[in-house]
Design a protein around this ligand. Sequence first.
Ligand SMILES: NC(=O)c1ccc[n+]([C@@H]2O[C@H](COP(=O)([O-])OP(=O)(O)OC[C@H]3O[C@@H](n4cnc5c(N)ncnc54)[C@H](O)[C@@H]3O)[C@@H](O)[C@H]2O)c1
Length: 356
Amino acid sequence: MFKVCIISCGMIANSAHIPAYRRFPEDFEITAVCDINENAARETAKRYEISRYYVSAEEMLEKEKPDVVSVCVPNCLHKEYVLMALKYGANVLCEKPIAFTYNDAKEMFDCAEREGKVLMACQSMRFTPDRLAAKQFIDEGGMDEIYYGELSRVRRRGIPTWGTFHMKKMSCGGAFVDIGVHMLDALIWLMGNPKIKSVSGIAMQNHKDEIGCLKGSGALTGEVHNIRPFNPNEMDVEDFSCGMLTFENNAKVSFKVAWATNMPEASDIRLVSRKAGIDLPSGRVYFGESGEKLLEIKKCPYDTPFFGHMYIADNLRYVLKGEAEPVIKPDETMNTTAVLELFYKSAELQGKTIYL
Ligand SMILES: NC(=O)c1ccc[n+]([C@@H]2O[C@H](COP(=O)([O-])OP(=O)(O)OC[C@H]3O[C@@H](n4cnc5c(N)ncnc54)[C@H](O)[C@@H]3O)[C@@H](O)[C@H]2O)c1
């Protein structure tokens, strides 16, 4: 049995992490949670009948000595708490994005390696049924080297308004870092993790005064406790981004990521190679002059909006028993983090191409 502690008790801890560990009660026992907001910690412990709660993460780690820690704090605090949890001898699941610079991500994974612990980023959106089917198709040789791709992540009005996502000092970026990172992770994984070479991109803010519903902005269960009141005047991050990635093998990917824009909602990935091209989420495969077929897309075994966290928790228990490799690899996460870093440098310079 692995003892689990959760650092922070916001939306994702309540809606995804706690339910994911609870799905595998034979392997995980959540012994404590913490949050600097005592109400959030107390209410979460009560809601899930967890024995103890703390306001200090360090005190919790010292007293509970967990085997596994979930780091669910706002983005800019990830590194600090991951290093702390590793220092206290825990394996760590860290929410995305784990860091904002390649060097920070490397420092975190190097620390995990030195401590002999697992550190995995919660890149939970690579587990959609269409993306899993595409990965199988690619791994079985359905495509040769991918030379071009497109990704589109569009919300109509989906700025997250319950926490501190809209504030650079807490989140380090806006739509690109929040929902773009899921798409980048899925794309890089599907492409076989070619190293990023350069990024050119722009970041804009157009719709900060237009608030959508909580579900549409990423609180997929629709249930958020301890909502922090949203003040649009605090918003200093982008709600729209677009640009181009170039990988070391010269593959190009064009992207657009929006929390809010006047386009159809999208979570689309297209990839092409000489042999075939795929379109997701439709699962349509294109080849030759007029060849088309559909990927066999299997039903998700988990009936919850945050099903990706179930896949991750399921994988983690076998990793900890020495029976599986982490499903989300450090090299993939470091590569994705490098894209984030290059994107924001490029956006600061109005789209200048920035090389790694
Ligand atoms: N994988 C996904 O699909 C997904 C979805 C949503 C959010 N997330 C990620 O989860 C993280 C948290 O998002 P959320 O929606 O739960 O936000 P949230 O605002 O609901 O919760 C954040 C919590 O962190 C607490 N906190 C702030 N500073 C702290 C500190 N120093 N120590 C301890 N606790 C502290 C706050 O009190 C709050 O309860 C973010 O990194 C976000 O990107 C991931």
